[in-house]
Ligand binder design. Structure first.
Ligand SMILES: Cc1cc2nc3c(=O)[nH]c(=O)nc-3n(C[C@H](O)[C@H](O)[C@H](O)COP(=O)(O)O)c2cc1C
Length: 213
């Protein structure tokens, strides 16, 4: 899908039967729009699963900061657990659960780092204090005390008192290109609706299957 016309067209399915959708990103866009209107906070929050070098799964929430036909983008610290796990095993699964809508979306596939230009562009949109926090935080490393963190923030605040805050070299983004994409919607008595899209590679057409709940 590389054409916004397609997205608009298929999005209209959300008012009808979502199991008729033929393209997952357009359906996702429609569901995210509804979640944005209904969720009390963070409709763009997703659980992100990675696995370490031993194959042990790891899981945490991140904010999804962009999506298109290439996949889902999130940002974090390269030296964090997720950053290290993705360096060793560049595959991930993600999950959105919108409680107010009783909907779940899950996807998984290979992960690639975003370009420096893409990360710079997004970093520049962050609030200044969040930019400074990215410099001050050694994410997922042991922290002696809250005071030590506040001192690090004060130091970086003084360092970047004037002008734009550049993106720290250890802070960037990744893109998950789904090969599997599932939509789940609650129905009474646990007789839920589920559809799954699969493809063998990002440039191969999707195959859709309805699944037992
Ligand atoms: C709703 C929510 C959104 C979050 N968004 C992000 C995010 O976009 N990027 C990030 O690095 N951490 C985010 N976090 C914090 C992560 O869940 C996690 O604590 C942190 O990234 C360290 O994870 P790691 O040690 O597994 O790498 C978020 C947490 C919550 C609860």
């Amino acid at each position: 899908m590389n054409d916004t016309t397609d997205i608009k067209h298929t999005s209209q399915l959300t008012s009808g039967d979502f199991t008729e959708a033929q393209e997952p990103f357009a359906l996702f866009e429609a569901w995210l729009a509804e979640a944005t209107a209904s969720e009390p906070n963070d409709p763009d929050a997703m659980a992100l699963a990675t696995a370490d070098a031993d194959g042990l799964p790891d899981l945490r929430m991140v904010l999804m900061k962009g999506f298109d036909a290439r996949g889902f983008v999130f940002y974090s610290h390269i030296a964090s657990a997720k950053g290290r796990e993705l360096a060793a095993n560049p595959k991930a699964a993600l999950l959105f659960h919108w409680k107010s809508l009783r909907r779940q979306v899950r996807a998984r596939g290979p992960v690639t780092p975003v370009t420096d230009a893409e990360a710079d562009t997004y970093f520049a949109t962050r609030p200044r204090q969040a930019q400074i926090g990215a410099w001050a935080s050694e994410q997922s490393q042991p922290l002696e005390s809250r005071l030590a963190f506040e001192q690090a923030i004060a130091k970086e605040t003084a360092k970047y008192a004037i002008g734009a805050v550049p993106r720290p070299p250890g802070w960037s983004g990744w893109r998950i290109a789904p090969l599997q994409f599932e939509f789940w919607h609650d129905r009474p008595f646990r007789l839920h609706d589920r559809i799954e899209f699969r493809r063998s590679a990002p440039d191969v057409p999707w195959t859709k299957t309805r699944l037992y709940p």
